[in-house]
Design a protein around this ligand. Structure first.
Ligand SMILES: Cc1cc2nc3c(=O)[nH]c(=O)nc-3n(C[C@H](O)[C@H](O)[C@H](O)COP(=O)(O)O)c2cc1C
Length: 776
């Protein structure tokens, strides 16, 4: 049976009030092509748009048709809200928001005559306006086409010209050679066949050098390539494409007219922005019945792609990690972004995913946690017991007594999980492995583990094992459903946030802590009975608590008599770090000084709309200082050395902003007078750029991969998550709210910060500001 996802008008109405990216059309109109049909006893079915929508419930049949009658695109929002005197305006607003969120409204503003020959296209655009929401209405989409001059080249150009004849473009030209591409060209389309592709590189290189966007297509007898869209300064360059593509299509294509039609449709959707076109850093390869996607990336060594100054990391000569990073996380520049992608947070299926209770570890024995040690009680002398652990677990990945997750997490999905191995905790068997089941704030006992197994999985010596080991793991079930390929990055970021909370509480209670960078994920997953793969769990970190007292056996810095061979075998079995543990007590975090730290942590919430007042210089200095402090602390506990960099957008109060970074003698200003438009290039949520202060976290991906392969990459992202978790709580202590954002358009970061986006790779953004409502 088909499962229907449902969402209420009140939920959607509330979302519009709290999210700057959601706004109703100024003059809402139900596109006349969409049909409204009574359905069942109470419902109304809307048919003809991007998917069928059923609106039902009390009053749907009586009120919605009356509402629809005034949605003709001539009335303003205010006029509509006041058109129903007997009905509270909030209800009318909720119903409008619901219709809009279901893709049933376009904007009547700026309606004009439809250009000749475009009547049918206009109707289609009206019905599918919601597929991207880039255009307010069909006229906006038509205007984009009418403003764009298109040039065609290659031996398929005439077939293309025929297919594009009625597409609505300003002009179509077929230049003689690359030198003849007109300056005003908004899009060059190259359509070659395998027979005759001489000169293709020259066309692509010339357009790239002239800053002209180019859509590449190549037809062969057995293979057809559509894409990529080359975007000079942003995407992979033509030379990167030629390095990554195995072999160009060969031979004569049997049906060039069909493929020219497909390319024409892609070009029309690309420019009108009416449909989703995935062509940025992607080449679609159709070979007979099979389809393949070639993901592209700017490659180290490519001068044109801005990476001529760096060669591939020695440990990853084929740039596999970097290419995977791009394939999983690459987001097109803002000009290709689709507001619908952010608004999918309010889709019925995502709202219900967020509400789903995570599954417990089935078959485990539940174990109630005792009362927590209050954060106000710091007198434990570094003692580690169950009450302390209960406090740590709840704050890092758990929920408060009202059922709200305390720490921030991507999409509020709470992907970060914690497992615990107790080696010396009163009340738990030695070697007990437990999963913290956050929704019920309890431990699920999974069994025991020996020191040998544990040290093997940690890549360390048994003598370096801690009293308690906390293992971070991300449950990607929900994040994969909602965010797809972003799941790996969000797993690391979420667990990085949890890590910052754990480190903060360790510092607050004076508990020694250390990192285990040699952690072997697969071995640890086996011990924890975890399936590690996409859609399941990802092991992210291991942190030890409490010094190594009560080791499984005597500390053995010296040689064991008569056991030279055994000892050598043991030592050589470890390829992780075998040095002495860097167990330190972290410095207490800033929130530690609050009169009531528990309330402070529990009241932090992600805020996305700010009062606009700039932060004071000492507050800016504090955020920069704390960003660096958590990195330093983690490295002191033995975590891998990584090169993170911090810059920020500091609003100047006149609608503009400066780009700043911490310098030797205070704040260093890198740029002044940056406009809101330039800032909007950084993200799919430009509203978050209106914050008074936006911390931009970048890191040296090349160095991380060079020194530690994919593990270095993963740790780099996790570190950015820790920076977010740590700075958000530090700022909140001063009454400054914030919101981390993972929806980055990294191509926008390059020109703004003058970075190459590789040795200085965008990792995370965090917007800070006041909302006028502090934590009191
Ligand atoms: C890794 C991560 C990524 C996030 N990305 C975004 C984002 O792109 N946009 C946004 O508005 N909020 C983002 N958030 C904030 C979450 O939506 C927010 O933390 C979550 O809904 C829980 O709400 P709370 O922070 O108020 O407790 C992110 C949070 C984390 C930890």
């Amino acid at each position: 049976m088909n499962q229907m996802n449902s969402v209420s008008a009140d939920t959607i109405g509330g979302s519009f009030l709290n999210d700057a990216e959601l706004t109703l059309p100024p003059r809402p109109r139900l596109p006349p092509e969409i049909m409204m049909i009574p359905y069942g006893a109470q419902g109304l079915l809307f048919e003809g748009g991007d998917g069928n929508q059923l609106i039902s419930g009390r009053g749907a049949r009586s009120f919605i048709p009356r509402l629809v009658a005034v949605l003709d695109g001539t009335r303003t929002l205010d006029q509509i809200l006041t058109a129903f005197p007997g009905i509270p305006q909030a209800k009318v607003f909720g119903a409008l928001a619901l219709l809009y969120s279901r893709g049933l409204l376009e904007d009547g503003t700026g309606d004009g005559p439809i250009p000749e020959g475009m009547t049918e296209s206009a109707k289609f655009f009206g019905r599918y306006i919601d597929a991207t929401r880039v255009n307010g209405n069909r006229h906006a989409a038509l205007a984009r086409l009418a403003e764009t001059h298109v040039a065609l080249c290659g031996n398929g150009a005439s077939a293309l010209a025929e297919a594009l004849e009625c597409a609505g473009f300003a002009s179509l030209v077929t230049p003689e050679g690359p030198a003849d591409i007109p300056d005003r060209t908004g899009l060059l389309i190259t359509l070659f066949t395998g027979e005759d592709d001489a000169g293709i590189q020259e066309w692509l290189d010339t357009a790239w050098a002239q800053g002209i966007q180019t859509l590449h297509a190549h037809l062969g007898a057995d293979k057809v390539e559509i894409g990529p869209l080359f975007m000079p300064g942003a995407s992979a360059s033509p030379s990167c494409f030629h390095r990554l593509r195995t072999k160009a299509p060969q031979g004569n294509c049997a049906d060039p007219g069909f493929w020219a039609g497909i390319v024409a449709l892609s070009a029309q959707s690309l420019i009108s922005r009416i449909g989703r076109v995935e062509l940025y850093n992607i080449c679609h390869i159709h070979a007979g019945d099979s389809y393949e996607k070639l993901n592209l990336a700017r490659l180290p060594g490519s001068e044109a792609a801005g990476l001529g100054h760096v060669s591939p990391p020695g440990s990853d000569p084929h740039n596999v990690v970097w290419r995977l990073h791009n394939a999983a996380n690459g987001m097109a520049p803002r000009e290709l972004q689709v507001p619908r992608d952010h608004q999918m947070h309010y889709s019925a299926s995502n709202i219900s995913t967020a509400r789903e209770r995570p599954a417990p570890h089935h078959g485990a024995t539940p174990f109630a946690l005792p009362d927590e040690r209050p954060l106000s009680n710091r007198t434990g002398n570094g003692r580690i017991d169950l009450p302390v652990l209960a406090t740590m677990l709840r704050h890092a990945v758990g929920y408060d007594h009202a059922g709200r997750r305390i720490a921030p997490s991507a999409g509020g999905l709470g992907s970060a999980n914690l497992y615990l191995v107790a080696r010396d905790v009163p009340g738990l068997p030695r070697g007990a492995i437990c999963h913290y089941y956050a929704p019920d704030h309890r431990l699920d006992y999974l069994g025991t583990v020996t020191d040998e197994e544990l040290s093997g999985a940690l890549g360390t010596l048994a003598q370096d094992l801690p009293r308690v080991l906390l293992i971070g793991a991300s449950d990607t079930d929900k994040t994969q459903k909602k965010y797809n390929n972003f799941a790996f990055r969000f797993a690391q970021l979420d667990c990085g946030v949890a890590r910052a909370y754990l480190t903060g509480i360790a510092g607050h209670f004076g508990l020694p802590m250390r990192d285990y960078p040699g952690l072997r994920d697969r071995s640890m997953a086996l011990l924890l009975r975890l399936g590690i793969r996409a859609g399941q769990q990802i092991v992210t970190f291991a942190a030890g608590l409490g010094d190594g007292a009560h080791p499984g056996r005597q500390l053995l810095p010296a040689l064991r008599p008569f056991q030279a061979v055994t000892q050598l075998i043991e030592l050589s079995a470890h390829d992780g770090p075998v040095g002495s543990p860097a167990m330190i007590v972290p410095d207490p975090p800033i929130w530690s000084m609050a009169a009531d730290p528990a309330t402070l942590l529990a009241t932090r919430r992600s805020q996305r709309v700010f009062d606009g007042l700039p932060l004071a210089a000492d507050e800016i200095a504090m955020i920069f200082r704390e960003a660096q402090a958590i990195c330093d602390t983690l490295e002191k506990t033995g975590a891998r050395h990584l090169r993170l960099r911090f810059r920020a957008i500091a609003a100047t109060g006149d609608g503009r902003a400066d780009i700043v970074r911490p310098g030797q003698d205070g704040l260093e200003t890198l740029r002044t007078g940056v406009t809101a438009d330039a800032l909007a290039e950084l993200t799919i949520q430009p509203g978050l750029m209106e914050a008074p202060f936006v911390l931009l976290v970048t890191g040296d991906l090349h160095h991380a991969v060079d020194t530690a392969g994919a593990r270095g990459y993963r740790d780099l992202i996790g570190r950015a998550g820790a920076v977010a978790g740590h700075t958000l709580t530090a700022a909140w202590e001063r009454g400054i709210s914030g919101c981390p954002w993972g929806g980055m358009c990294e191509s926008g970061w390059g020109p703004l910060l003058e970075i190459d986006r590789y040795t200085d790779c965008p990792l995370f953004g965090i917007s800070f500001g006041r909302t006028g409502a502090g934590h009191g």
